[in-house]
Write a protein that binds this ligand. Structure first.
Ligand code: DX5
Ligand code: ZN
Length: 229
């Protein structure tokens, strides 16, 4: 199993964002998680395509571009997708409640040249996956209600991760491609092992990493916990 650490730049110092992105990748992160909030779908307002474009040249790991994982907490969602693709997003995920037509939104993301993900709030059932698995590159299970960094992990997310992992494994066994299983909200070094054991392979962590003085120490601690799996 390949585990990926995806720091959420929501908790970074926005006045030094390029430097923060370079530092966190140099400290061992794999993916840059980019939280987009619109003050409609969620009660907070963050960053958009212009900031994604500005961050893009800084998202480099070992001399190669690191993926920017855009998590859209916006409604409506379709209009802004091509803008993020042009701004250098690699993965774009959205909440099914925010789309008028989920299949069309997934198609728009793929046609824009990006990988497509679907995001499940704590109260959103997984049945949206029933007819969509072959359209997905990523499933994101929220372990907090979206809108803010620094919230506490909701333990019910573990059962949901297990159920999503079973769906992904069944899809692969039936000849489908691999789908990343990402978790977002309240992930820390002291709970990441249980979260990995539940089936996640990609771990968003905002406050746990950017709130610490030494990013490498936190990321190393997370990897050590995952290494015990
Ligand atoms: C919450 C965002 C998360 C958030 C995670 O709506 O989607 O990505 O930044 O922050 P922590 O890791 O602090 O819970
Ligand atoms: Zn997020």
């Amino acid at each position: 199993m390949t585990f990926r650490i995806a720091p959420s730049i929501l908790s970074a110092d926005f006045a030094r964002l390029g430097e923060e992105v370079r530092n966190v990748l140099a400290a061992g992160a794999d993916v840059v998680h980019f939280d987009v909030m619109d003050n409609h779908y969620v009660p907070n307002l963050t960053i958009g395509p212009m900031v994604c474009e500005a961050v893009r040249p800084h998202a480099v790991k070992d001399g190669k571009p690191a993926p920017i994982d855009v998590h859209l907490m916006v409604r409506p969602v379709d209009r802004i997708i091509p803008d993020f693709a042009k701004a250098g997003a690699d993965i774009i995920s959205f909440h099914p409640e925010a789309s008028e037509h989920i299949d069309r939104t997934l198609g728009l993301i793929r046609e824009s040249g990006c990988k497509a993900g679907l995001v499940f709030n704590p109260a959103t059932p997984l049945h949206y996956l029933d007819h969509l698995m072959d359209r997905l590159d990523l499933i994101l299970i929220m372990s907090v209600n979206p809108g803010f960094g620094g919230q506490t992990f909701i333990p019910e997310a573990l059962a949901k991760l297990k159920a999503a992992r079973a769906r992904i494994d069944a899809h692969r066994a039936a000849g489908g491609r691999d789908i990343w299983l990402e978790v977002d909200g309240g992930v820390k070094a002291d709970n990441i092992r249980a979260i990995g054991a539940a089936g996640a392979d990609t771990f968003v962590a905002g406050s746990a990493i950017f709130g610490a003085p030494d990013y490498r120490a936190v990321i190393d601690a997370m990897r050590a916990e995952l290494g015990a799996l």
